[in-house]
Design a binder for this molecule. Structure first.
Ligand SMILES: CC(C)(COP(=O)(O)OP(=O)(O)OC[C@H]1O[C@@H](n2cnc3c(N)ncnc32)[C@H](O)[C@@H]1OP(=O)(O)O)[C@@H](O)C(=O)NCCC(=O)NCCS
Length: 283
């Protein structure tokens, strides 16, 4: 007999993680479960319990940065999968959300989450290749952030983030300053690069600590940057050179197939691998 009840203090949901769970799922999906919260960080978690043991969980949370969709995280214990519990938890998530905005999640298309999303009729609204590249030294006119710091990295990062997401997951303007500052705080300056145009930063390729690979976020600062392809290539090549010199073996690009300068560049760079990610939504 399965009972579904609100999350309680003392609930240990780590048993829901299968062996070889995707690190991104552990950090962002699994980590979402927890006590109820209200206001800006609104969240509700329900736990499915059998014989006193958690066998599944579903969380719906407010997305403060991208307010167009709720975030959903559904998880079922490995021994309890393929018996309809995930589908039941998705139905409960639809009831949990305070309004009709879609539920969204990040899934790997080749894993259970992707198959589950397809079976649920989810729409993929963004594809991320998560291209992996072995850094090599290449000539570039760009400079690392250590060689030439920028006055307000947070403002540049929020400007870049705003236009990259505008068409498919607009940023809440009230969160733009916070987001830029939060991103800037994690940037690895000596592995990040800027291509300059007449004294102004034109393109950024910024490195973040990532698990399991170093993550590179790269695009022009302005969507309509003159010579944007060339500036982005220079920034990426400089960042990859710095990574190679620092002994970094593999970097993973945190990009989207709609990124107009980064996506074509990634098709030209020798690729060591990829770990595709789909952003999906259900009504
Ligand atoms: C994704 C997950 C929640 C699915 O839970 P579940 O209880 O197995 O889901 P259901 O039994 O309701 O499956 C519904 C349908 O999804 C599809 N599906 C689910 N898992 C699948 C898999 N591993 N391979 C292929 N299809 C799968 C099937 O069509 C299935 O119907 P069927 O069993 O009649 O063929 C579970 O595998 C899990 O916890 N994965 C790790 C966390 C995760 O990726 N969550 C993403 C969702 S936000």
């Amino acid at each position: 007999m399965t009972e579904v009840r609100p999350w309680q203090p003392g609930d240990d949901l780590d048993g829901l993680l299968g062996a070889g769970a995707d690190p991104l799922w552990v950090a962002q999906g699994h980590a979402l479960h927890g006590e109820d919260r209200d206001g800006d960080r609104w969240r509700r978690t329900l736990v499915a319990v059998e014989d006193g043991e958690p066998v599944g969980a579903v969380t719906v949370a407010r997305n403060r940065v991208h307010p167009g969709r709720w975030i959903v995280s559904i998880e079922v214990a490995p021994a309890r999968r393929r018996r309809g519990l995930g589908t039941l938890l998705l139905d409960l998530a639809r009831e949990l959300r305070p309004d009709d905005r879609p539920l969204s999640a990040k899934v790997r298309p080749h894993r259970a989450g992707g198959a589950f999303a397809r079976a649920a009729g989810a729409r993929t609204y963004q594809h991320c290749e998560c291209a992996q590249v072995r850094p090599e030294a290449r000539a570039s006119t760009a400079l690392t952030l250590t060689e030439r710091p920028v006055p307000d990295l947070g403002a540049l990062l929020s400007a870049q983030y705003r236009w990259v997401h505008a068409a498919w997951s607009p940023l809440d303007e009230g969160m733009a300053g916070w987001l830029g500052g939060a991103l800037a705080a994690d940037v690895l300056s000596d592995l990040s690069a800027v291509s300059w145009a007449g004294g102004r930063p034109a393109a950024l390729a910024v490195a973040f600590p990532g698990a399991p690979h170093l993550a590179l976020l790269a695009e022009t600062v302005d969507e309509h940057q003159l010579d944007g392809d060339r500036h982005l290539e220079a920034a990426v090549h400089r960042a990859l050179t710095a990574c190679a010199q620092a002994g970094v073996e593999l970097v993973e690009f945190d990009g989207h197939v709609t990124d107009p300068h980064l996506h074509p560049l990634l098709q030209r760079l020798p690729r060591a691998g990829e770990d595709p990610l789909h952003l999906v939504e259900v009504s």
